[in-house]
Design a protein around this ligand. Structure first.
Ligand code: C2E
Ligand code: SIN
Ligand code: SIN
Ligand code: FE
Ligand code: FE
Length: 351
């Protein structure tokens, strides 16, 4: 049982293991475990063994109901004999009589004063527990309580983690929208390149876990443009050499903005390397071939495709065929040829 608890075995398996040991060791006929749900302030049936009927399987009790409610509220062992002659709340279940139980022992399950549930024991004969018997029962109850407590801690942690990730991701989407609002003509660009990049990356065998980072990287790919003045970013015509120099700093700014954020470090490849070129003539570092992270090589094709097929402040959108011809022409110089090949296949598949 301790091993099951330490290995974080699924709760229902651990509880069943406890009952499986309890019945023969304590020589009792039946036992069940009710879990306490603090939000509903209710006890509900989680595991049972030794019952003839389903009498107790649908048990759901408020704390002021039933024997188990009393055990929970008083945090004390309740021991009832002559069950058949008593008018207990068990009579609400018509099947309960067919169980022919004589004796009931309920024991509260607590960890550091917190109620986790109730362990119930049923015997079809009178029961006169010895101190050793009670001690063993109490140690099983402690194990049950600890495993319930662990399970809810773990669930709670997982839920909290998922909430944090969701909160981060909606923050990132907010940043991406802020960038689009400033760089008016790229409206929709971000969502399109995110979608197309994920499709291409998946087709090229990037794992689902890494795709999460690809998605974040694509979403933030031009975050460095935050630092570029409006006069350059929104200029209707071609850039001067000085303006071009400033514009070419945007991947470096992306690195400066994102690298201190631990959560986004694995997503940096795209914002930092999306303007590198296969033949080494790109910026900011002039990386060449496979020195460029694969996800950045993938993203570069998608980014240029989407840029060319969209209106920009400095030119009108190109027709599809012209843009495709351009990708083919740049395959092996600007782009990784294998990525271009996959991209064309993904585009065709999407039609
Ligand atoms: P962007 O508009 O999102 O373009 C991304 C990339 O797509 C460009 O990276 C380039 O590789 C490709 N691309 C876009 N438009 C064209 C085009 O008309 N012809 C060709 N051959 N390729 C094109 P690049 O060149 O490093 O530019 C990065 C960013 O710099 C661009 O992002 C845009 O914001 C800005 N930019 C580039 N050229 C100009 C320009 O002539 N005028 C202005 N106002 N901004 C420019
Ligand atoms: C219980 O105490 O196990 C619930 C059954 C009942 O009291 O109705
Ligand atoms: C830039 O480098 O981002 C400016 C435009 C260009 O290089 O053509
Ligand atoms: Fe860029
Ligand atoms: Fe872009």
């Amino acid at each position: 049982i301790d091993t099951a608890i330490i290995q974080r075995t699924e709760l229902s398996l651990t509880l069943n293991l406890i009952l499986e040991n309890l019945l023969p060791q304590l020589q009792v006929d039946a036992a069940d475990i009710l879990l306490y749900e603090p939000a509903a302030q209710e006890l509900h049936y989680a595991a049972g063994r030794g019952f003839r009927s389903s009498a107790l399987q649908h048990t759901r009790l408020r704390l002021d109901e039933g024997c188990a409610g009393r055990v929970a509220t008083e945090r004390q062992v309740v021991h009832l004999s002559n069950l058949r002659e008593r008018k207990t709340s068990f009579l609400r279940s018509p099947l309960f009589a067919s169980e022919e139980f004589e004796t009931y022992i309920g024991i509260p399950l607590t960890v550091k004063e917190e109620l986790e549930g109730v362990l119930e024991i049923f015997q079809r004969a009178p029961l006169d527990p010895s101190p050793g018997w009670m001690e063993f029962l109490e140690s099983l109850a402690t194990q049950a309580a600890i495993s319930i407590d662990n399970a809810s801690l773990f669930d709670g942690l997982q839920r909290a983690n998922q909430e944090i990730v969701r909160a981060y991701d909606s923050t990132l989407e907010g940043w991406a929208r802020a960038l689009e609002l400033r760089d008016l003509e790229t409206a929709g660009h971000t969502q399109r390149v995110v979608g197309l990049t994920l499709r291409l990356a998946r087709a090229m065998g990037i794992s689902e876990v890494d795709l999460e980072q690809v998605r974040r990287g694509a979403l933030l790919h031009d975050i460095g443009k935050m630092v570029v003045p409006d006069g350059i970013l929104q200029k209707p015509g071609p850039l001067t050499e000085t303006e071009r120099e400033i514009m070419r700093q945007h991947p470096v700014h992306a690195y400066e903005i994102l690298s201190p954020i631990q959560f986004l470090r694995p997503a940096l490849d795209i914002p930092y390397c999306h303007h590198e070129k296969w033949d080494g003539t790109g910026y900011p570092r002039g990386l060449k071939g496979e020195e460029i992270p694969l996800v950045a090589r993938i993203f570069a094709v998608v980014d240029v495709w989407d840029a060319l097929t969209s209106d920009r402040s400095y030119r009108k959108a190109w027709p599809r065929e012209k843009a495709l011809a351009y990708l083919r022409e740049q395959s092996g110089s600007h782009f990784d040829p294998q990525v271009v090949e996959f991209f064309i296949r993904v585009l065709d598949g999407g039609k």
